[in-house]
Design a protein around this ligand. Sequence first.
Ligand code: SIN
Ligand code: MN
Length: 222
Amino acid sequence: MSTLFGDELLSRPRREIAPGAVHVPGWLRLDQQAWIAERFRGWAAGPVPPRAASVRGHRMSVRTVCLGWHWQPYRYTREATDVNGARVLGFPDWLVRVGRLALAEAYGDDYPAREYTPDTALANFYDSEARMGMHQDKDEASREPVVSLSIGDSCLFRFCNTETRAKPYEDLLLASGDLFVFGGPSRLAYHGVPALYPGTAPPGCGLEAGRINITLRVTGKA
Ligand code: SIN
Ligand code: MN
C-alpha cells in the first residue's frame, strides 16, 4: 500500500516555478511512459542515430535524437549534416496532441492550447554520468512554449532566470512522468541538469536505467 499511496505523492505538488514556468509532477501515467520509451528506442534505431553534440568545442554527455527538424548548435536542418547526412524522422501527430494536452494542463485557459503545433522534438538520453550545463533554448525563431517530458531516473533540474546562469535559481526534482513547461516570460530562462539520480526509475516506466527527456518546440521555420 505504501507504494500506491506513499507520502511522496503529497510532497510533490504542481507548482508555478516562475511566471510561465510550470512543473506538473506525475503527469504521464506509467503505461504512457513505457509506450513513449518504446517509441524512443525506435527513433534511436535510425535513420539518424543519437549523437552527443559539440558545443563550443565541448562534447555534450547527453545523446540526442531529433524528430521533425534536426537540432545542431545553433540551428535546425532537415538533414543531420553533423551526424550522417540523413533526413530526420517526421514529427508524429500524437506528439502534437501531447504538446496541446501539456499546455492545456500547464496554462489552462490562459493559453490557446489547440493552436500549439510543435514541429521539432529533441529526445535526449542521459546515462548516470550525463549532465547538461546551464543554457537558454534560443535556437528557435519562435517563442512559443517548450514542453518537457521526463522518463526513467530522476534528475536535479535547475531553473534560473532570463538574465544569468547564476542565482537566483530554483532546484527541483524532475522524476519519471513529470511535465515541465516554460513559455511566456520564462521562455528564455537559463536551465540545466546538474545531476542524475541512478536507480530511481520506477518499475514499469519502460526504462531500467538512465533518463529520457523529450522537449517539444516550435522552430518557427517554414
Ligand atoms: C533541455 O534543456 O533541453 C533538456 C532539459 C532536461 O533534460 O530536463
Ligand atoms: Mn534546454
